[in-house]
Design a protein around this ligand. Structure first.
Ligand code: GAR
Length: 201
C-alpha cells in the first residue's frame, strides 16, 4: 500500500515526535511514514529520538542563515529531496512565512498546547501558553491540532481535546498533563487522518 512521506519539524525535546514514532510502531499511523526530521536547533534532544528510530535528520539553524528566505529555502530543499507529502510541526518554534505556507497549503499540521482560539497566536508557545491559561484562571484547557496557514495558529482545526486544570497547578505540571492527556494522542490521530486523506485522494 502507498504511504505518505511525513517530515516532522522540531526545535526541542521532541516528546511529540516520540509520540508520532510510537504511533507508527503501534500501527496507529499506518497511512504515512516518517522519513525526515528537521530541527531548527542543533542541540535539540528530538534529533536523538529521530536517530534512535533510524530516521534521517537535517539541521537548519536560523542563526546561520542571513535571511528568513534562506532559512525556508533550506527547509524546502530538504523536503523536496525527501519527497515530503505532509509536514508535521511538533514543537517547531519558528513562524513560517506566507510564501512557505501557501506552497504547502493543506499539507502542514501543527500541535498547539491550548484550546484554540484561546491562548494562541504570535508569542504564545511552550510554557508561556500554560502560564497565560493559569493567570487567566480558566478551569479547562487542552490541545489543538490544526492546519497551518499564514495566520499564526489560525488554520482550520482538525482535532481538539480538553484537559482539566487542577488547584495548585504550575505551568510545568499543566504542560505535562496537557501533553500526556491530549497532545500525544491527538497529534498522531490527526496525522493519520490527513495521511489517509492524502493517499486516498
Ligand atoms: C509542546 O507542548 C507543543 O504543543 C508546543 O511546544 C511543546 C513542544 O514539546 N508547541 C507550541 O507551543 C507551538 N506554538 P516537545 O518538543 O516535547 O514536543
Amino acid at each position: 500500500m502507498k504511504t505518505a512521506n511525513i517530515a516532522v519539524l522540531v526545535s526541542g525535546g521532541g516528546t511529540n515526535l516520540q509520540a508520532l514514532i510510537d504511533a507508527q510502531n503501534d500501527g496507529i499511523i499506518k497511512s504515512g511514514k516518517i522519513n525526515l526530521v528537521i530541527s531548527s536547533n542543533p542541540s535539540a534532544f528530538a534529533l536523538e529520538r529521530a536517530k534512535n528510530a533510524g530516521i534521517d535528520t537535517f539541521v537548519v539553524s536560523k542563526k546561520e542563515c542571513a535571511t528568513k528566505e534562506e532559512f525556508e529555502e533550506k527547509i524546502i530543499t530538504a523536503l523536496e529531496n525527501a519527497k515530503t507529502d505532509i509536514i508535521v510541526l511538533a514543537g517547531f518554534m519558528c513562524i513560517l512565512s506566507e510564501n512557505f505556507t501557501k506552497k504547502y497549503a493543506d499539507r502542514i499540521i501543527n500541535v498547539h498546547p491550548s484550546l484554540i482560539p484561546s491562548f494562541c497566536g504570535e508569542g504564545f508557545y511552550g510554557l508561556r501558553v500554560h502560564e497565560a491559561a493559569l493567570s487567566y484562571g480558566v478551569k479547562v484547557t487542552g490541545a489543538t491540532v490544526h492546519f497551518v496557514n499564514e495566520i499564526p495558529d489560525g488554520g482550520k482545526i482538525i482535532l481538539q481535546k480538553a484537559v482539566e486544570i487542577k488547584d495548585g497547578d504550575t505551568a510545568e505540571i499543566l504542560q505535562k498533563r496537557v501533553m500526556e492527556e491530549a497532545e500525544w494522542k491527538i497529534l498522531p490521530a490527526a496525522c493519520e487522518k490527513v495521511c489517509s486523506e492524502i493517499i486516498n485522494k
